[in-house]
Ligand binder design. Structure first.
Ligand code: NZQ
Ligand code: ZN
Length: 384
């Protein structure tokens, strides 16, 4: 096992009607900014629950944080934070609202041009306190320190991470996910699945418990994911998916193990360039990434084949092929397309994305730096 330091201080309130608890989590004298997206929270009752919970607080609101939150929108919220002397941000929405709010929290206290936080690794010395009411299980953003923000002017989608933007608390009520459109349900399941794979499907370092945690998440998503479509009103299904997504990226399964993230790096460029949803890009890239890396990842693909998929691995080469096909089949089982051509995109994507990867220094990605620009190019060509 590799050395690690682990802390996840985000307090989770999980279950129905837990939104009311934010009343106790945010200091009574705080000046709160409630941030949200395009309005889904107004039609599914979440906004009303938040308003009730904040009835004794002083609060303001900022709407319109879009999917793949933009720097441009976030900076408008930063201006409001400064104008109103906000000292607590409550993000109500999916990963985009959570990520955008993390950037707002850091940018408001940043000395200099806040885009530098993303483009130059500008150091964050302090950030405004943040809480999250999660409405879309997918990213794990509700209890991690990561944020991904896009720049509409430059077509860049860049990430930063800081423990200072870790949410102080997060409310996860699976009932609020009943209103998700199918496309977003699928996005969430696939994103959580690929997060787990990025931390599991690397090489063995003897981290038995992390492996089994990861396998548990993958098996739960494979079992419960399709039920979110066949039994859309089943609360337990939603609860299992929601908790799996949080556990997939809260630091636990990634502690003490090598991590890959090459699929994500290529995917982020695809979203920035072509506007595909985050998880749509991952479902296209991962099967081809597995195929391209089947030698470097051989041991772990076989472990995944046997323990997660229950395949007979006596013929190892055949088992690896079956595991890749089954992974793509799982994405299809949650109605997620897996080809560039499903989005009317073709071979032209390979050159464009590789240019962007090069621009961002992503020339040797993956757990061993083994995914070169040529490998990424070949993966994209094979994904048409
Ligand atoms: O904006 P509203 O109206 O709220 O609608 C949203 C949005 O259109 C809708 N939605 C959310 N909850 C809903 C709902 N609609 C009905 N009922 C509900 N309960 O869903 C749409 C998509 O929301 P979004 O927040 O964009 O989705 P997601 O949670 O998948 O977040 C994606 C973003 O997170 C980043 C991605 O790159 C992308 O920008 N990621 C963040 C990570 C992190 N912080 O650790 C890691 C991930 O790998 C990922 O990169
Ligand atoms: Zn992701």
């Amino acid at each position: 096992m590799l050395n690690f330091s682990f802390a996840n201080p985000t307090k989770i309130h999980f279950g129905e009607q837990q939104i009311a608890l934010i009343k106790n989590e945010i200091p009574a004298d705080a000046k709160v900014l409630v941030t949200y997206g395009g309005g889904s929270i107004k039609s599914n009752g979440v906004y009303d629950q938040v308003v009730d919970a904040l009835s004794e607080h002083t609060w303001f609101e900022f709407a319109g944080i879009e999917p793949n939150p933009s720097y441009q929108t976030c900076m408008k919220a930063v201006a409001l934070v400064k104008e109103q002397h906000i000292d607590y941000i409550l993000a109500v929405g999916g990963g985009s609202v959570a990520d955008g709010s993390k950037f707002i929290a850091a940018a408001a206290n940043y000395d200099g041009e806040p885009w530098d936080i993303l483009s130059k690794g500008g150091e964050i010395k302090s950030a405004i306190a943040l809480g999250v009411v999660l409405t879309l299980p997918a990213t794990g953003s509700e209890s991690n320190g990561n944020s991904v923000v896009s720049n509409l002017d430059t077509h860049e989608k860049l990430a930063f991470a800081s423990p200072l933007v870790l949410p102080r608390f997060a409310v996860l009520d699976p009932a609020v996910t009943f209103s998700l459109p199918n496309r977003q349900v699928a996005n969430g399941i696939v994103d959580a699945f690929v997060h787990t794979m990025e931390q599991y499907l690397t090489y063995d370092v003897g981290a038995k418990l992390q492996d089994r945690f990861a396998e548990g998440i993958l098996m739960t998503l494979i079992e419960e994911g399709p039920k979110a479509f066949s039994e859309p009103d089943n609360y337990q299904v939603r609860a299992n998916i929601m908790w799996s997504a949080t556990m997939a990226l809260n630091g636990l399964i990634g502690a003490g193990v090598p991590q890959d993230w090459a699929t994500h790096m290529i995917g982020h460029e695809m979203t920035a360039m072509y506007g595909l949803d985050h998880a749509q890009t991952l479902a296209i890239v991962l099967p081809r990434m597995m195929a391209a890396q089947k030698e470097t990842k051989r041991g772990k693909i076989l472990q995944y084949a046997e323990r997660v998929l229950g395949l007979d691995i006596s013929d190892k080469d055949a088992a690896i092929e079956q595991a890749i096909t089954a992974t793509e089949g799982f994405f299809h089982s949650v109605n997620m397309p897996t080809r560039l051509s499903d989005y009317q995109l073709g071979e032209e994507v390979a050159d464009k994305i590789v240019q962007q990867l090069e621009r961002h220094g992503m020339t040797a990605i993956g757990e061993r730096g083994q995914v070169t620009l040529d490998t990424s190019h070949a993966i994209l060509l094979a994904s048409v």
